[in-house]
Ligand binder design. Structure first.
Ligand SMILES: [Zn+2]
Length: 333
């Protein structure tokens, strides 16, 4: 203890010999969320994005959760697109971050006349605010009404062809394998924090040992058949089940969803592991925040700090939360 230390008896403060370098620049690092449904959130939740440094986002106007009727018809999908287009500029004016759109045909529930939605989609792709197609991608099980896997694949591939034509990236809803808490909830009650009618899940349409991984493989084949470069594909919901395949056998980007870790089990630690193993070049982080789920608009900001604590350097953090999204989606500054 230095003789001049003023405390009455030694405290921890007397033992602080080396000061760690603290990454203060991370406090003001802008970031981009490439997958959320912020137009379905509250004003206060969107303000949380602004307060924590969000520079730009992709608000995804696709998902059966928000269609009133199931099975879904093309006009239900178009309503979701039009609602987001209607409100987008007001969201920007309110919060100052750049609010871009992703439009797509989700396969979580069967659509009765998907070709009509596809036909309309080309004109939507030409809009400046549309920066991605998605979220879409083959899913192993549907809600309410199941959808044959070949029909799903055709719809996914058709969207990828549109993306190739319009030079847009595709955001995949890569099926993730949920964390297993060891217990399941009462089937008539369902999962608290996930607004979904329990018991309406259909039998799987993919007969494989690992249906979630198989779905990702079908999506990648569809991209190849559509003539869409794999580096224009962003596999959201990357997880331990699909990372090795996507990294080793494709050129796709992987986006780790960390806005509802309580449900799918993916955290900043998984992102740090992936950066350690594969480098930051093809990695992003997204929140997937939406009103139907218990989600956290601060998740990405928290992950920035957490990645540093886990030993990731500032340049790699900047690349995964800002530079990769800017490059792939051509958004932000
Ligand atoms: Zn989503």
């Amino acid at each position: 203890m230095p003789p001049t230390h003023p405390t009455k008896r030694p405290t921890d403060a007397a033992h602080l010999d080396d000061h760690p370098e603290l990454p203060t620049e991370l406090l003001n690092l802008p970031w981009i969320d490439v997958h959320n449904h912020a137009h379905t959130l509250s004003w206060d939740d969107r303000e949380r994005y602004a307060l924590s440094g969000c520079e730009s986002m992709v608000m995804v106007a696709s998902g059966y959760h928000w269609t009133p009727y199931k099975p879904v018809r093309a006009e239900d999908i178009r309503y979701l697109w039009d609602d987001a287009i209607n409100r987008r500029a007001a969201i920007e004016r309110n919060h100052f971050f750049e609010a871009n759109l992703g439009l797509g045909i989700h396969t979580g529930v069967r659509i009765e006349n998907p070709d009509e939605a596809l036909e309309a989609m080309a004109d939507y792709c030409a809009l400046e605010e549309v920066v991605a197609i998605g979220e879409t991608g083959v899913t192993p099980t549907q809600h309410v009404s199941s959808w044959d896997v070949d029909e799903q694949r055709a719809i996914v591939q058709a969207q990828m062809e549109l993306a190739a034509d319009h030079d847009l990236p595709v955001l995949l809803h890569t099926p993730n394998t949920s964390s297993d808490s060891g217990r399941s909830y009462r089937s008539e009650i369902g999962t608290p924090g996930y607004e979904k009618n329990p018991g309406l899940g259909q039998e799987p349409v993919i007969d494989a040992e690992n249906p979630a991984l198989e779905a990702a493989k079908i999506d990648v084949e569809a991209a190849r058949d559509a003539g869409l470069d794999e580096e224009r594909v962003v596999a959201s919901h990357a997880d331990g089940n699909n990372t090795e395949y996507l990294m080793a056998e494709t050129d796709c980007y992987l986006s780790y969803t960390i806005g509802h870790s309580w449900l799918i089990g993916v955290t900043a630690a998984d992102v740090a592991d992936a950066i350690d193993e594969y480098g930051p070049e093809r990695i992003m982080v997204d929140t997937d925040c939406a009103n139907v789920l218990r989600t956290d608009p601060f998740a990405l900001k928290r992950a920035i700090l957490e990645l540093y604590r886990y030993g990731i350097d500032e340049a790699a953090i900047r690349q995964v939360v800002l530079e990769n999204p800017r490059d792939v989606f051509d958004i932000g500054q």
